[in-house]
Ligand binder design. Structure first.
Ligand code: SIN
Ligand code: FE2
Length: 216
């Protein structure tokens, strides 16, 4: 899959180019916020949000769950995708069609046709939670982009380079903003700064992030 950023899509005020292959689609998912949150509620009733441990034994500040054919997990054995939720051995909940459609249409708007995610990581940040700079590189097919949807409180997203030492851009992401990165940007370092306390009408004191990927 090749990024075809400028081909068919009008670049309007709601699209911000971050890099070759990386864009922010401002408010792309805002109208679907209530539906997406009710899907998150159903998924996390079956596969509860939990603070996973890094391979080094640290508890992550962000609470995570997954849906789709493959869920991303971390524990003492390392980072990986697996079909079962380690908490109970059941398959992860299916990816709701509202999720798949949103991820596909955001990828398309960013110039990536035919994105079909098989994995969605659900991150919930509460005040004090953050995610350090990292690359998403546990996926088998790096020709597919990443689609990352923000819901609820605003949080500063960091979008860096292909090396950890490159200074990242700080990009505040609000409710409904979607970031898509792929092609030459697929392995860019990224993370989020510490969430500040606040109140959002749909999510209260939290921010959710949905990360869609082709894992396997
Ligand atoms: C991630 O990289 O998994 C999360 C990024 C975000 O929360 O915006
Ligand atoms: Fe990531």
């Amino acid at each position: 899959m090749t990024p075809d950023l400028f081909a068919d899509q009008p670049i309007d005020a709601t699209t911000e180019i971050l890099s070759e292959g990386g864009v922010v689609l401002r408010q792309f998912a805002t109208a679907q916020g209530p539906d997406l949150l009710s899907e998150i509620e159903q998924i996390t009733a079956a596969a509860p949000l939990r603070h996973m441990k890094t391979p080094g034994g640290h508890s992550m500040s962000v609470a995570m769950s997954c849906c789709g054919s493959w869920g991303w997990v971390t524990d003492a054995r390392g980072y990986r995708y697996q079909a079962e939720d380690p908490c109970c051995g059941a398959l992860w909940p299916a990816m709701p069609s509202a999720f798949t459609n949103l991820a596909r249409s955001a990828a398309f708007a960013a110039g990536y046709s035919e994105f079909t995610p098989d994995s969605c990581l659900i991150n919930r940040y509460e005040p004090g939670a953050k995610m350090g700079l990292h690359q998403d590189k546990n996926e088998r097919d790096l020709s597919q982009p990443i689609v990352s949807v923000s819901l609820g409180l605003s949080q500063v997203f960091q979008f860096g380079g292909l090396t950890r030492s490159e200074r990242p851009k700080n990009i505040p992401l609000g409710h409904g903003d979607v970031v898509v990165w792929g092609g030459p940007s697929r392995l860019r370092y990224h993370g989020v700064l510490t969430l500040k306390a606040g109140a959002h009408p749909l999510t209260g004191a939290s921010r959710y992030n949905l990360t869609f990927r082709c894992a396997c």
